[in-house]
Ligand binder design. Structure first.
Ligand code: KG4
Ligand code: ZN
Length: 340
């Protein structure tokens, strides 16, 4: 089954053709990062307008690269939630238009379910059940992936997402948006013992994250140094920040591994491209003799191939949308989306 998938939830306009949930026939991504960088973060209205301009050509390119025409695909898929509402609406309406003219089924996909599916594209033999840490710019979830379409949230962030903390800490240190990858690079050259940063926990909720205190601690260090007329060593601060994030993830990982003694683990989302985090989770998993699945680096960030992969499994469950499908800025990963 060939699915043409469209993703426009944030600042990447993407289209892909995926066969049977596991094989990428084409994947095209147009990023708007250069423009948003001027403002230090994503400007929602600009994002919607750029999606509007790019989406037809991106979709055409994805079909051309797969050597297919619209008639040759079996279904359409689109990210319907969560994300920037104006951005989502562009993709949803475009996909509805394609479904209307072709009479092909339209499959709505939850963006975080898509991130998890980037692992199905990377590891042909991976099947649920497994545990998954989804760490992105907008979300940080620890999930029990029971089946392809049945999820239980074991923990999540109560404030900032991991990627948000990376981006804000990077901004404080003067790195351009998006700062996650900049901190990743700088951390490799720094000494993590030079700055003492907190590892915030949430009282009574051992599996939940709280990243905002860590971000604020970086800000306080920088302000205090400025007031004393001193400067911060950016590489050392990046390394100290990354070690704190790794410690926080390792702490939650140990807790959920103990709760689910036989399940393998996967990472997903933009932050799962981080070298330090990948290595640390690998170390923790090998200490506990637990198998770890890491997504291909080019599938960690937003892309439409992961949406096409998840759509295949949604289709098996008959999760198909009508032409009154709407986009939602937020929606629980546990719930089906087909009837909204
Ligand atoms: O999943 P994603 O592409 O978009 C959302 O769904 O949010 O995640 C984007 C986030 C950004 O915050 C970005 O800075 C972060 O992922 N990111 C990284 C790295 N690459 C991307 N964070 C840390 N290290 C990286 N190498
Ligand atoms: Zn994402």
């Amino acid at each position: 089954m060939k699915i043409l998938a469209i993703e426009s939830s944030c600042d990447e306009t993407a289209a892909a053709v995926v066969e049977d949930g596991r094989t990428i026939l084409s994947s095209v991504i147009v990023s708007q990062i250069q423009e948003h960088r001027l403002y230090g973060g994503v400007v929602p209205e600009i994002a919607s307008r750029r999606h509007c301009e790019a989406i037809s050509q991106v979709t055409r390119n994805a079909l051309d690269k797969a050597s297919l025409s619209l008639e040759n695909v079996d279904a359409l898929a689109v990210t319907a939630t969560p994300g920037l509402i104006g951005s989502l609406l562009v993709g949803v309406n475009y996909a509805k238009g394609l479904s209307y003219v072709t009479h092909k089924p339209l499959i709505p996909v939850h963006h975080l379910r898509g991130h998890i599916a980037s692992n199905y594209l990377t590891h042909p033999n991976l099947k649920p059940p497994f545990l998954c840490f989804v760490l992105s710019g907008g979300h940080s979830h620890i999930l029990h992936v029971k089946t392809y379409t049945n999820f239980q949230t074991l923990g999540k962030t109560l404030d900032d997402a991991a990627g948000e903390a990376y981006d804000k800490a990077a901004r404080t240190l003067g790195y351009p948006y998006p700062g996650g990858v900049q901190i990743d690079r700088a951390a490799k050259k720094g000494d993590p013992s030079q700055y003492q940063l907190p590892r915030p926990t949430v009282q009574g909720r051992p599996e939940d994250f709280s990243f905002s205190g860590l971000k604020t601690a970086v800000l306080n260090h920088v302000h205090n140094a400025q007031q004393r007329g001193e400067s911060i060593n950016r590489e050392n601060m990046a390394a100290s920040f990354e070690l704190a994030v790794c410690d926080m993830i390792a702490d939650k990982l140990c807790k959920v591994l103990d709760k689910f003694p036989s399940l393998p683990v996967a990472l997903a989302g933009g932050v799962s491209a981080n070298d330090g985090i990948r290595q640390r989770v690998l170390d923790e998993c090998s200490k506990k003799n637990r198998k770890l699945f890491l997504p291909r680096l080019d599938l960690c960030g937003d892309n439409a191939a992961m949406i096409g992969s998840q759509a295949f499994y949604e289709f098996q469950e008959n999760n198909i949308a009508s032409l009154s499908l709407n986009a939602l800025a937020t929606y629980p990963i546990e719930n089906h989306f087909s009837n909204t």
